[in-house]
Design a protein around this ligand. Structure first.
Ligand code: UDP
Length: 332
């Protein structure tokens, strides 16, 4: 049993990870500044034995009065819409925040796992992407705050390993989905599902032939835990993702089918620097961790749709209750 810090623990992947760690009997210290989540998102996690919350931005150094053995650094907005809202803060979180956590790991002699991203490959010129591919990132484009922030965080982890022999591990996470995603995060799965359920046009950016590989969140969390648990690791990054790409037209059609929706497709311009292809080579994860994602896309999507549908129903019930309230008259 370990004391484990999970930064960004209130986010979509963070919450699933916190729950999995608690289920294994660890103490979990969740650090989050709620910049892209809400305390209510933590739901039943908060009441569980072994769970502790620290509300803090990781750009400020953390001072912990107890010893920690492991750090999962998941703190950063991750959807393109969210991370571009305040790009300088996104960069700071990934660079200054990661630096602070590496210092904390040194103080505590802790192992640190850095949540990196397939975005370090930018708009890749080769496919599938192997960890040895150095990427094709536009350093001055609108996605650079995230891509370059995550690349710099990888550099910091590698230099702390070389200079201070710190035990750092880097995972490159490809598109992840599942129950608990925020309906308004702007990502393709949440947009398409919300639009299909509301019978609104499905917004396909560009021609819809760009590909992504979607990994179910429980599979991803399993991979994160396996990498953290490895007794020894040489620090090389590890891709975690589903090796089966789909294009956005295929995804839209699957979601229309699963939602029994007649929503038409509506094409909008492709955002700048939007990668045209993304597909992980997961040979390293398979060999090192014995890891393979096991949830088929249609099955994971059904669970995600059910969760988003109940969320939409709650929101609608709430809005109806509010509009049923008689107008209040302000008496001066
Ligand atoms: N996309 C889309 N319609 C949407 C939202 C996104 O066609 O309503 C496309 C987007 O252009 C990209 C892909 O879906 O090619 C995945 O986008 P997302 O924002 O989910 O994440 P990304 O993989 O780009 O980080």
């Amino acid at each position: 049993m370990h004391n484990i810090l999970v930064t960004g623990g209130a986010g979509f992947i963070g919450r699933h990870l916190c729950q999995a760690l608690l289920d294994e009997g660890h103490n979990v210290i969740c650090v989050d500044d709620f910049s892209s989540s809400h305390p209510n998102d933590l739901g039943p996690l908060r009441a569980q034995t072994g769970f502790q919350l620290i509300e803090q931005d990781i750009c400020a150094p953390l001072d912990l009065p107890f010893k920690i053995e492991r750090i999962f650094n998941l703190a950063s907005p991750a959807s393109p819409v969210r991370y571009q809202l305040d790009p300088i803060q996104t960069l700071k979180t990934n660079v200054v925040g990661t630096l602070n956590l590496l210092e904390l790991a040194r103080q505590h002699g802790a192992r640190l796992l850095q949540a990196s991203t397939s975005e370090v490959y930018g708009d890749p010129l080769t496919s599938p992407q192997h960890e040895s591919y150095n990427g094709n990132v536009n350093p001055i484009g609108p996605r650079a705050c995230y891509d370059e922030g995550k690349r710099c965080a990888e550099t910091l982890c590698s230099d702390y390993r070389r200079q201070f022999q710190l035990d750092t591990r880097i995972v490159r996470i490809f598109n992840t989905y599942g129950p608990g995603m925020q309906i308004d995060d702007g990502r393709v799965i949440t947009n398409f599902v919300a639009q299909a359920l509301n019978n609104q046009p499905i917004t396909v950016y560009g021609d819809g032939l760009q590909t992504r590989s979607f990994c179910y969140v429980a599979d991803l969390v399993d991979g994160l835990q396996r990498l953290m648990a490895l007794p020894d690791h040489n620090g090389e990054p590890v891709n975690l993702g589903n090796p089966e790409p789909v294009n956005m037209l295929q995804l839209a059609s699957l979601i229309q089918h699963l939602c029994h929706s007649r929503s038409p497709l509506f094409h909008r311009p492709l955002p700048q620097d939007d990668p045209l292809q993304r597909e992980p080579n997961i040979e390293r994860a398979r060999q090192l961790l014995g890891w393979l994602p096991s949830t088929p896309l249609s099955e994971g999507l059904q669970r995600t749709i059910a969760a988003l549908q109940s969320r939409l129903e709650q929101d609608n019930a709430c809005n109806n209750a509010q509009s049923a309230q008689p107008d209040t008259v302000q008496i001066l």
